[in-house]
Design a protein around this ligand. Structure first.
Ligand SMILES: [Zn+2]
Length: 278
């Protein structure tokens, strides 16, 4: 199951299985990972490393799963930061005053799908099961990292490019120096959108077989990962600094939760990125 060096690679340590992107690891100043469903304590539809509190799993199991995952990377799960993800393009900059927001149930305050921080040691976290998490890291005048959550609405609104523009304007991060990694997400063969959503992508200029094609019955297959990658390139990110996605969350049920595949009854993977303090 190893994919190209340019994408996310799978790592196994005991029961825990997670992924990291070489392009981010090689940057030398960030900690990051994307979880799989392996190595946790949840059962049934949530087996086993479910990290979402809001999906119907036991809260105690989710806390334990988060603890297991973040301990691997020497972080305390109680001090991560995450938001209420609303499929928008709002962005928020977090600092130490936000430490722990979203770590425990009902503690997230921000409603946004893009998180940014220049604070070393503050892990930004987001959740997904088919949607794409996009990781950003840059060190020009100072280090900055970001994490975006892109389902079809976020992708349609160009959330990846918006984060690149924001980092450029507010953190002097030149797009050509930003490292970007596209997390595991549902592939085009597994992802169908309805006619109305497809019409919005068509009018936004994505009406091309490289990005979408008819799936019959008024539905369309949509290639979220390729559209996100194209938007990032258009924003000035260099191909050599970008880890593309080669993993489908729906095609690998032994590794990933998939909202579409499981018709909504499933867990969530977690992704995080932080500026390393070591
Ligand atoms: Zn697939």
């Amino acid at each position: 199951m190893q994919r190209t060096e340019k994408g996310f690679k799978l790592y196994k340590e005991g029961e825990l299985v997670y992924l990291q992107a070489s392009v981010l690891a090689a940057s030398g100043f960030v900690d990051h990972a994307f979880s799989t469903r392996r190595g946790g304590c949840s059962s049934g539809a949530f087996a086993s490393l479910n990290t979402g509190f809001h999906v119907g799993d036991s809260r105690e199991n989710v806390r334990q799963n988060r603890r297991i995952f973040f301990e691997k990377f020497n972080y305390d799960y109680r001090f991560i930061v995450s938001s209420n993800q609303v499929h928008g393009t709002n962005l928020k900059v977090f600092d130490q005053s936000n430490c722990g927001e979203g770590a425990l149930p009902l503690t997230a305050r921000a409603e946004c799908d893009a998180l940014v921080t220049a604070e070393p040691g503050l892990p930004l976290a987001a959740y997904s099961a088919d949607c794409q998490l996009i990781y950003f890291a840059s060190w020009q005048k100072k280090p900055v990292v970001a994490l975006a959550h892109a389902g079809w609405r976020g992708t349609l609104s160009g959330i990846g490019g918006k984060v690149v523009c924001y980092l450029k304007e507010h953190f002097s991060a030149h797009p050509e120096s930003i490292f970007v990694a596209l997390g595991p997400a549902v592939c085009r063969n597994c992802y169908k959108i309805d006619h109305q959503a497809a019409a919005q992508f068509q009018s936004a200029g994505w009406d091309n077989s490289a990005y979408m094609d008819p799936a019959g019955k008024g539905e369309w297959n949509l290639d979220l990962s390729t559209i996100n990658a194209e938007q990032l390139l258009q924003a000035g990110v260099r191909e050599k600094n970008m880890a593309r996605n080669y993993w489908c969350t729906s095609c690998y049920p032994e590794l990933f939760y998939s909202y579409r595949r499981e018709k909504g009854i499933t867990g969530r993977m977690i992704g995080f990125i932080s500026i390393s303090t070591t």
